[in-house]
Design a protein around this ligand. Structure first.
Ligand SMILES: Nc1ncnc2c1ncn2[C@@H]1O[C@H](COP(=O)(O)OP(=O)(O)O)[C@@H](O)[C@H]1O
Ligand SMILES: [Mg+2]
Length: 297
């Protein structure tokens, strides 16, 4: 059976992104509901009269707080993050809610390390399986935040939830029930179920979809390899969340299709013996572990 996704779909993914003019700070602030049109006009007047930047003038007129201006600037520079009052995603997305905090910084360090390793093995696709031995170690947390920091860097990023047992990415990004990987692997959906995330410029997601009774058999289909191959062409980086590798072989299947793995362990909870076994399995499968994360939350 031919498992290739239709060429037309791939062409759609590869469509060049049209150049667009960055929106003005005023437009961003109005869109975000932080300023109304009349207030924006007052700011523009003061801006010109006093020879100031728009944001400075708005703060001086006490129409905005400095954090509001910082938020709008981040949007203008396509470095989007979310404000504490935003309810469009889970607070676990620390890279989006606290982009200047220690956890986001750790994610950026991991991102740099992965990019350096990618540069030295250019032949491999840049697909990263996020692995761990047991449930609750923080794989989904790391996968989601890593995807956010890659997209914040302007990389076209695809996050795939390949945990078809206890999927979590749809909850983290607060998405309604929708078609996803399981439906795609079954041939019941095409790549239209890969959705760009409105609040995260450059980040698309393929959620897990309906929970199948046979996740391992589904992941074992040739279609997963085809999907990951084509995704690696259409996106700069593909990050794949996986189920506990110490319990199921699903993660091994996913990891063999990815160019590299990242191993997540949780302080005071992960079992070192289990982690060693996952590590050994990945070595045997020829999947380089390009990074390890010691989650100390
Ligand atoms: N670094 C962290 N900071 C805060 N909470 C975390 C962190 N890592 C994991 N968690 C929390 O721990 C729980 C399990 O994490 P999760 O990513 O779902 O684990 P896994 O995917 O490995 O089963 C979740 O409730 C998540 O919010
Ligand atoms: Mg998980």
């Amino acid at each position: 059976m031919d498992m290739k996704l239709p060429d037309a779909e791939l062409r759609d993914w590869l469509k060049p992104v049209p150049q667009r003019c960055p929106p003005s700070i005023g437009d961003i602030l109005i869109d975000a509901g932080l300023l109304d049109a009349a207030a924006a006009a007052r700011v523009a007047e003061a801006q010109h009269g006093r020879g100031m930047r728009f944001g400075e003038a708005a703060v001086q007129l006490r129409l905005l707080k400095a954090e509001d201006v910082q938020y709008a600037l981040a949007r203008q520079y396509e470095y989007p993050y979310l404000r504490p009052q935003d309810s469009t995603a889970s607070r676990d997305l620390v890279a989006a809610f606290e982009p200047f905090g220690a956890c986001a910084e750790a994610m950026r360090t991991l991102r740099t390390s992965l990019m350096l390793q990618r540069a030295s093995s250019r032949s491999r696709p840049f697909s990263i399986a996020v692995l761990g031995a047991m449930a609750g170690e923080g794989r989904s947390f790391v996968a989601a935040n890593l995807a956010v920091v890659f997209s914040q860097m302007g990389q076209r990023t695809l996050l795939i939830d390949a945990d078809l047992r206890a999927p979590r990415q749809h909850t983290l990004f607060k998405l309604p029930p929708q078609l996803g990987l399981s439906n795609l692997l079954l041939g019941r959906s095409g790549t239209e179920c890969i959705a760009p995330l409105h609040d995260f410029h450059g980040l698309s997601i393929l959620v897990a979809g309906a929970l199948p009774p046979n996740p391992q058999e589904l992941l074992g289909r040739a279609r997963l390899g085809t999907l990951l191959e084509q995704a690696a062409v259409a996106f700069d980086v593909v990050i794949v969340d996986t189920p506990a590798a110490g319990r199921f072989a699903d993660a091994q299947i996913v990891a063999t299709h990815c160019g590299m793995g990242v191993l997540v362990a949780r302080r005071h909870s992960s079992d070192v013996g289990q982690l060693r076994r996952v590590h050994r399995t990945m070595v045997e499968l020829g999947v380089p572990l390009a990074g390890t994360v010691l989650n100390d939350a």
